[in-house]
Design a protein around this ligand. Structure first.
Ligand SMILES: [Zn+2]
Length: 79
């Protein structure tokens, strides 16, 4: 995907360029990775909440192996 926007010009920490907030700049690779990580964590939180709700409804607690693996991968990446 090509864009006419300049990449962000972050000063103190990646993502602090005010142009990112008003859409005048395109996020750099680091900012995109941070956002992808954030979205992944939100998705995992949603899945955990849904699992907990369904487990409560059924009167049991079950965490499938795929979910546990994705939680471990995310935790390792955040370290
Ligand atoms: Zn940046």
């Amino acid at each position: 995907m090509t864009t006419e926007k300049p990449a962000c010009d972050c000063l103190n920490w990646c993502g602090d360029d005010p142009w990112l907030r008003d859409g005048r700049a395109e996020p750099c690779a680091e900012a995109k990775k941070r956002e992808a990580d954030r979205q992944e964590i939100l998705a995992i939180k949603d899945r955990v909440k849904a699992l907990a709700a369904s487990a409560q409804d059924k009167g049991l607690v079950v965490i499938d192996a795929e979910l546990m693996a994705s939680i471990h991968i995310t935790m390792d990446r955040l370290r």
